[in-house]
Design a protein around this ligand. Structure first.
Ligand SMILES: [Zn+2]
Length: 68
């Protein structure tokens, strides 16, 4: 029984995936120009309305996972 102990690689299709876009809270447009640190937004710019206040952006896919 020489089973190698490797970490289980689980692929969660709905969780723990990279974020594709942010929703601009000002004009509700998907924004693709942003930087994330884990699940935290560190930089974002909306090309539509010019909003660059990261507090006004929402993560498009992972709504409800805010851990403050
Ligand atoms: Zn916008």
């Amino acid at each position: 029984m020489a089973e190698p102990t490797r970490p289980p690689k689980r692929r969660k299709p709905d969780e723990d995936r990279e974020i594709d876009y942010l929703m601009c809270g000002q004009c509700n447009t998907p924004c693709y120009i942003f930087d994330m640190d884990g699940s935290r937004i560190v930089d974002a710019t909306c090309l539509v309305c010019g909003n660059d206040n990261i507090t006004l952006f929402n993560v498009g896919e992972e709504a409800g996972s805010e851990d403050a």
